[in-house]
Design a protein around this ligand. Sequence first.
Ligand code: AMP
Length: 216
Amino acid sequence: MKFVFIGPPGAGKGTQAERICAENNIKQLSTGDILRHNVKIGSELGKVAKEYMTSGRLVPDNLIIDMIKEELNSPLYSNGFLLDGFPRTIPQAQAFDELLQKFNTKIDLVLLLDVSDEEIITRISGRRICKTCNRVFHVVFNPPPDPKECDKGICDIYQRDDDKEETVRHRLEVYHNQTKPLVEYYSSQSLVAHIDGIGSLDEVYDRIKSHFPSKV
Ligand code: AMP
């Protein structure tokens, strides 16, 4: 199965995506994660992307499309995938459609996770991440553990540069202007499932699951 996951930053796509992929034996592809890895290792792509990412802007389409083409060549995705954070613009969606056509395949479902801007700002500005195990916490709703309780060593908690409130507001603006038009793009292909993203992880997951095609 091939899923696209759309939603504002901080809507909970990453967490839900992990569960969907684990339960359906498909691979998650997060463009944000791949870009952050490139920034960390200091690759050419990482050096260019860093500037856009820290200011909450989108990395140029041509770089993202090349990155996706290369990534999807991996056999890891042959059983299906869930795209988290791609496509983010109409040109990306069009380039992706061409790629799918070349491989004679198509998207099965586009999940749209709806969360209001105010809720997003509360969620993201309190978000903290462990550098060691990559787990995501929230200063109020899910406080980071004692550093020694890390799954993979010692917890090293940090706030992403692009999670600061001012940057979050800008990222939301970018989402509404550049990514939201994808809802209409995919609705015209009858692919979109609207999901209310407010509630517990289980409640939201059950809503998502109710939209899965029967063979998943
Ligand atoms: P995310 O982790 O998905 O919120 O992505 C973090 C940042 O990476 C975004 O704010 C963008 O700067 C960049 N990014 C991730 N995916 C894309 C994409 N598909 N197109 C352009 N920029 C992206």
